[in-house]
Design a protein around this ligand. Structure first.
Ligand code: NAD
Ligand code: UGA
Length: 331
């Protein structure tokens, strides 16, 4: 699929560390970087030898000589050796779901999204890494009901997850102001990313799965929640542009500026798959914002980025990937 960015003067990334490279977004980014000639080290705490999802996500990276995979936890491992000669770190490792962040798993969110990020920033400073691109989240805006969210809007996170993502991006930006820190930081606020390898807890995956298998789709709330759904290839393009555009710095939205309701997605999925979806109505979830919508002006101006893939086509690609057998190596 065509790249989505055609922006200002850019440099090529020679050597990169991708954290969370066995995950949904990280595996796509690592693959695109490695195929474009960047030497990539990927690190993830999920071991592809024992974790089926990690193995499946990493399948497309097998055999790429420019990619090296390391299984390690950033909350405890030695980070400095991973950064030798790196000109960019893409920090995508983290615990991503909104709903499970209430309750006992919160400690994992703090450990991975905040504490591990603090360790990474200390290493970046020590190792003189010039640039960090960190994955932040549209959830930091909270319950934006009206117009598009602008980066300068005051954040109002309404879930523990969103609080940790706001802390994560602000922690990176705070480190970048230190006199001894050589790292320029770009925090990308991704808006609900979808496409092949999407996490199985996410809505578009579940809607496609329901249409493909006939299993019921659990719908939280009334289905009028709206999201600025952003296709994975567009997210990868924005992320690469954030690393190679010299002026890029600070917080930048990565979302197209339009949104779609869950009921509209259900109808789109029915058309794409060509079968019905049985809906099981469930109650609303705390922290589930009614709507997200990016103001993409800053991404357009700074990165020359605009999304290319519209929802129907993106869902079609995701459906094709889900219908294929998985070739993971996990036992
Ligand atoms: P994912 O769960 O598929 O990938 C995250 C990966 O990070 C996992 O493979 C996990 O094992 C790894 N990880 C977590 N903690 C780690 C640690 N301490 N050390 C090493 N590895 C660790 O999630 P994703 O959907 O690809 O999201 C990637 C990033 O983007 C996350 O930071 C998430 O908060 C952010 N984000 C995602 C979306 C989205 O719609 N998917 C939207 C906004 C922001
Ligand atoms: C998503 C990602 O999961 C987060 O990692 C990310 O940080 C966030 O986007 C973001 O944009 O920053 P969310 O929008 O909640 O969070 O994405 P989904 O989990 O796909 O949920 C979307 C909507 O579908 C929510 O209203 C949710 O309640 C609903 N949903 C989800 C269901 O009705 N049923 C399901 O089985 C799953």
């Amino acid at each position: 699929m065509a790249a989505s960015s055609s922006g200002p003067a850019t440099r090529r990334v020679q050597r990169a560390l991708v954290t969370g490279s066995a995950g949904f977004i990280g595996s796509h980014l690592a693959e695109t970087l490695a195929r474009s000639g960047t030497t990539v080290i990927g690190v993830d705490r999920r071991d592809p030898a024992t974790d089926r999802t990690a193995a499946a996500n990493l399948t497309s990276l097998h055999g790429l000589p420019s990619y090296t995979h390391i299984t390690a936890d950033l909350a405890t491992c030695a980070i400095d050796p991973l950064l030798i000669d790196a000109d960019v770190v893409f920090h995508l490792a983290g615990i991503p779901g909104v709903r499970p962040s209430w309750g006992p798993r919160f400690v994992d969110y703090v450990n991975c999204n905040i504490f591990a990020t603090q360790r990474l920033m200390e290493s970046l400073t020590r190792m003189h890494v010039p640039r960090l691109v960190v994955a932040s989240s549209s959830s930091v805006y909270g319950a934006a009901v009206g117009g598009p969210s602008v980066e300068s809007d005051p954040p109002h996170p309404v879930s523990p997850y969103a609080v940790t993502k706001l802390a994560e991006e602000q922690l990176c930006l705070a480190h970048s102001t230190r006199s001894n820190c050589p790292t320029r930081v770009v925090a990308l606020r991704y808006f609900t990313v979808y496409g092949p390898r999407q996490r199985p807890d996410m809505f578009t995956h579940r809607a496609l799965e329901a249409a493909l298998t006939g299993q019921p789709l659990r719908l939280y709330g009334n289905g009028h929640q709206r999201r600025d759904f952003t296709y994975i290839d567009d997210v990868v393009s924005a992320t690469m542009a954030a690393a190679t555009t010299p002026e890029a710095q600070g917080v930048i939205n990565v979302g197209g500026g339009a949104n779609t309701s869950l009921l509209e997605v259900i109808n789109a999925v029915k058309r794409v798959v060509g079968s019905d979806i049985h809906i099981h109505l469930a109650g609303p979830n705390d922290g589930d914002v009614p709507a997200t919508r990016a103001d993409p002006s800053r991404a357009r101006q700074l990165l020359g980025w605009q999304p290319r893939v519209e929802l129907h086509s993106g869902l079609h690609h995701q459906m094709l990937a889900m219908a294929q057998p998985v070739h993971g190596t996990a036992a």
